[in-house]
Design a protein around this ligand. Structure first.
Ligand code: NDP
Length: 224
């Protein structure tokens, strides 16, 4: 059975991914900051406390994963931040640091803590949920902290892909679409379920030849 860990799995895209992977027969570990916020997840999904910015939680996750292989890791947890603009409300240093901690450091440290378990699997795969706002090709104005964090997450994915290819671990970086969640808002194009269907099938289809690639939720290559 495919063993799959998803971060930020209590709501939004992460929750839809957890429910879909469970329905498709994965053994799902739903990681979230506060497991009490998702007591209504389907039975059979394991809830794990994980704030991706908390060293203690990361250490506990590494320990909890110790005995078994981990086949799929989906780094979905993320913080949005829309207030910042140059010459206006730039946000505070503390607000910038919170975005970078969750969207950049948190992604890298989660992967690092899961790596021993990923190494035990045969052909493990890692999904990093970045954003089209992390693309340098499509750069537009505003949202500096979020854009910079998602560009860094994309870069981390590419660097990891180079390091892990020889071990047979593939890394895909994804734009999930504009999705109706607390972050995406009610006017977005896709439901969380539609995005999850695309993201999960993209990860299943990912090969080592494509490792380090940046893709849309529907599998089309995304400009870096
Ligand atoms: P939501 O705001 O609905 O959910 C965000 C999730 O991330 C929540 O589960 C939240 O947990 C979790 N999270 C935030 N910080 C941490 C942390 N430090 N540790 C652990 N979990 C954390 O967002 P979406 O579901 O819309 O977004 C999911 C991912 O997709 C994000 O990475 C986002 O940047 C990306 N994305 C989304 C788009 C969209 O249109 N929705 C577009 C492009 C990218 P908690 O409930 O505890 O706050």
């Amino acid at each position: 059975m495919t063993r799959t860990l998803i971060t930020g799995a209590n709501r939004g895209i992460g929750r839809a991914l957890a429910e879909l992977a469970h329905a498709e027969g994965h053994k799902v570990i739903a990681a979230m900051r506060d497991p009490a916020t998702a007591t209504d997840l389907p039975q059979g999904i394991t809830r794990l406390k994980l704030d991706v910015t908390a060293q203690g939680d990361l250490d506990a996750m590494e320990h909890a994963l110790a005995s078994q292989p981990l086949d799929r890791l989906m780094c979905n947890a993320g913080l949005g931040f829309r207030k910042d603009r140059i010459g206006g409300d730039t946000g505070t240093i503390a607000e910038w640091q919170a975005v970078m901690a969750a969207n950049v450091t948190g992604v890298f440290m989660t992967i690092s803590a899961a790596l021993p378990a990923l190494r035990r699997a045969n052909g493990a795969k890692i999904s990093i949920i970045s954003s089209q706002m992390g693309s340098s090709t499509l750069a537009a104005g505003g949202a500096y902290a979020y854009r910079a964090s998602k560009a860094a997450a994309l870069n981390i994915g590419m660097t990891l892909a180079a390091d892990l290819k020889a071990e047979g671990i593939a890394v895909g970086i994804y734009h999930p679409g504009w999705v109706r969640t607390d972050m995406g808002g009610t006017r977005a194009d896709l439901s969380a379920e539609e995005s999850a269907v695309g993201l999960l099938s993209c990860l299943e289809a990912l090969t080592l030849d494509q490792t380090g690639g940046f893709f849309n939720w529907d599998g089309r290559p995304h400009p870096v």
